[in-house]
Design a protein around this ligand. Structure first.
Ligand SMILES: [Mg+2]
Length: 396
């Protein structure tokens, strides 16, 4: 079976919302500059009076046997790289030989070890897995020797909910616990440059959440690469009594030495590396024991093929792998072939899932706190034509 066409589709539609989808954003590394710190900008689309307008991209890999693999959503820059650089490597090739195609894409894209080019390779890899599953009429986890678990405990990732209105925080934490989520992750709004006042608000967020959910419940906190060692040590000293399950992405991912210092100086477990790429990138973290939990994103780090290799290396260090949750479908198939002790949770980004799954038939939902691994063939994604307001084939 040969690849006959690589098609990039742009889809536009409107996600209905009650009020603004994004209430608050997280702290970002660039917030050290006041002109960025004070912005309240958001990603993924545009808020309008009748909902959240989304324009996004999907890649389809077609074959001469009529079987088609789907991946997405992906941003425009990533769609462009697939069309302009990867398409010519793929058309005419054996669609089943994914290891060969990954190796060829990686070796050909010599400037593509990280960032958008690796996101492009990741999306193609996921589309090829989908294609293989559909060809064999089996869910991808079956091709990988699963399931090890058919239901995966989900934690609610609360990005986009207000973190400054503590009454709302308290109410939401209780609401999502009642929905059955086994744990919650919340996102700090302030970094080192917001000073003592910002630090106090970060601590208040943690205190409010622990009081809301009670003692026997996991809470995680995400710094989104926007802090430094001194600030995190101070923050940790004030919040460790609230027993966070982990502190995430404390500093930017190239600052490995800072992660190692933090591991020595604070007692809260560390997670991170969602902005790291490939097995070689993760090897750096694992070899120095920088993290307790690694969080490769299947759509960013090199695809499902690469994430499986990263996770295998992590298990050799007894390090937990809980992927960052860009694609809940890809992540569910990954989690369904891991030992439950090495992948005890799946991240479910509540608001991003509404955006990323808007165009999909049967979006992957969390029911009573659990993600049921879909039994449909491939990665189980299909475009819901009724959601499309406008569409185009782009970069043809
Ligand atoms: Mg994160």
């Amino acid at each position: 079976m040969r690849i006959s066409e690589v098609r990039l589709r742009q889809l536009q539609g409107t996600l209905p919302t009650e009020g603004d989808l994004w209430e608050e954003r997280l702290v970002r590394p660039v917030d050290v500059y006041p002109e960025f710190r004070n912005r309240n900008d958001h990603e993924g689309g545009t808020q309008g009076p009748d909902g959240f307008k989304i324009a996004t991209y999907f890649v389809e890999i077609h074959t001469d046997e009529g079987v088609c693999g789907l991946a997405g959503p992906i941003p425009e820059t990533v769609a462009f790289i697939i069309a302009k650089h990867l398409r010519k490597l793929l058309v005419g090739q054996d669609a089943i030989a994914g290891e060969k195609l990954w190796d060829q894409m990686h070796r050909a894209m010599v400037h593509g070890r990280q960032g958008d080019a690796m996101l492009a390779i990741s999306a193609v890899d996921c589309a090829l897995w989908d294609l293989r599953g559909k060809w064999l009429n089996q869910p991808v986890y079956r091709l990988l020797g699963g399931p090890t678990q058919t239901q995966i405990p989900a934690y609610a990732s609360m990005l986009g909910f207000s973190v400054l209105d503590l009454e709302k925080v308290h109410a939401r934490a209780i609401e999502y616990k009642k929905l059955g989520y086994r744990a919650q992750k919340w996102f700090f709004r302030h970094g080192p440059m917001s000073g003592a006042e910002g630090l106090k608000m970060n601590v208040e967020l943690v205190r409010t959440l622990r009081e809301a959910v009670g003692e026997d419940y996991d809470l995680m906190f995400d710094c989104w690469q926007a802090m430094d060692v001194g600030y995190v040590v101070e923050l940790a000293s004030r919040i460790e009594k609230y027993r966070p399950k982990w502190l995430e992405e404390c500093v930017m991912p190239d600052r490995l030495d800072s992660y190692a210092k933090l591991r020595e100086r604070i007692s809260i477990p560390l997670s991170g590396a969602e902005h790291e790429y490939t097995r070689w990138g993760f090897k750096r973290f694992l070899d120095v024991g920088a993290l307790d939990v690694i969080q490769p994103d299947i759509y960013w780090c090199g695809g499902l093929t690469e994430t499986l290799k990263i996770a295998a290396y992590a298990t050799a260090h007894d390090v937990v792998t809980i992927p960052h949750g860009h694609s809940s479908f890809a992540t569910a198939h990954f989690s369904a072939v891991q030992s439950p002790i090495h992948t005890p949770y799946q991240e479910y980004l509540v608001k991003w899932n509404a955006v990323h799954q808007h165009f999909l038939v049967d979006p992957l939902d969390v029911i009573n706190g659990m993600i049921e691994v879909p039994e449909r063939p491939g990665l189980a994604m299909e475009i819901d034509d009724s959601k499309i307001e406008q569409q185009a084939v782009v970069f043809a």
